[in-house]
Design a protein around this ligand. Structure first.
Ligand SMILES: Nc1ncnc2c1ncn2[C@@H]1O[C@H](COP(=O)(O)OP(=O)(O)OP(=O)(O)O)[C@@H](O)[C@H]1O
Ligand SMILES: [Mg+2]
Length: 237
């Protein structure tokens, strides 16, 4: 087994001239697998995702995609290299329709993206019904589907999701996780941050617990679910 498909390795850095938020933090995902990042609020989970996507200047460490060093690439160039990112907040255009949001997602494509649009509607049928409605009028779970669908429009090889189930009911969370598993089965790697740690680790091939910008525990999802320290500190016993 070579190195992971996408890896942010020993990443150290912070925002602007401020103190470092990440301290030699490593997160990675294998091809077609699901990797999940959990940890307390403020641990640096979103910062680690932004670092992997090129939205943060690293003081040290590297990001590699399919064996190539992409540490210096802009986020837009990373999209062109096959990365998709759904940020934790502001991940849709509320005043635009569902379909316009999805079309915006295809911004880097010069080819015909109607086939991909049809795939997104197959994955999330409710979005097809509501395609002419303003995205801001949708429920929380539906808005997250728009955000995920938008990222899929560039046909990424790896999809990064920061708290895709934030603010949705347990039933909607289960549905979203099922769709995410479906995306992974289609060969797309998933790297996601989740506050619903237990449920997310259940579907994770690999799990990372981050604390204060550093790796506290790393293992398979099952390892972490069974680890007494992880259970006590992060999974509520
Ligand atoms: N744009 C920013 N500028 C400066 N500091 C920031 C910025 N965004 C986050 N931080 C700081 O970085 C630290 C880590 O924040 P981050 O958002 O990465 O945590 P998180 O693990 O994603 O938390 P949550 O679970 O609440 O989403 C916090 O101390 C936060 O205040
Ligand atoms: Mg966050």
């Amino acid at each position: 087994m070579g190195e992971p498909y996408l890896i942010g390795e020993a990443m150290t850095g912070g925002y602007g001239k401020g103190a470092d938020i990440l301290h030699a933090c490593t997160i990675a995902v294998e091809r077609g697998e699901i990797a999940v990042i959990v940890g307390p609020n403020g641990a640096g989970k979103s910062t680690a995702m932004k670092a992997v996507f090129g939205m943060l200047d690293l003081r040290s460490g590297h990001v590699r995609l399919d064996g190539r060093d992409i540490t210096k690439l802009s986020p837009q160039d990373r999209v062109a290299q096959g990365m998709g990112f759904v940020p934790q907040t502001h991940n849709i255009f509320g005043s635009m329709t569902v379909e316009e949001n999805l079309e915006m997602g295809a911004f880097i494509r010069r080819d015909d993206f109607r086939g991909t649009l049809a795939q997104v509607y197959d994955l999330f049928p409710i979005l097809k019904d509501k395609r002419h409605q303003a995205a801001g009028e949708l429920s929380g779970g539906q808005r997250q589907q728009v955000a995920v669908g938008r990222a899929l429009m560039t046909q990424p090889k790896v999809l990064m999701l920061d708290e895709p189930t934030a603010g949705v009911s347990p039933i909607v969370m289960d549905e979203l996780f099922d769709r995410i598993i479906e995306v992974a089965r289609s060969g797309i790697s998933i790297l996601m941050v989740e506050q619903n740690a237990r449920q997310a680790l259940e579907i994770a091939d690999k799990g990372y617990v981050l604390v204060q910008g550093a790796n506290a525990f790393t293992g398979t999802g099952k390892d972490l679910l069974e680890n007494p320290d992880v259970r006590r500190s992060f999974l509520g016993g």
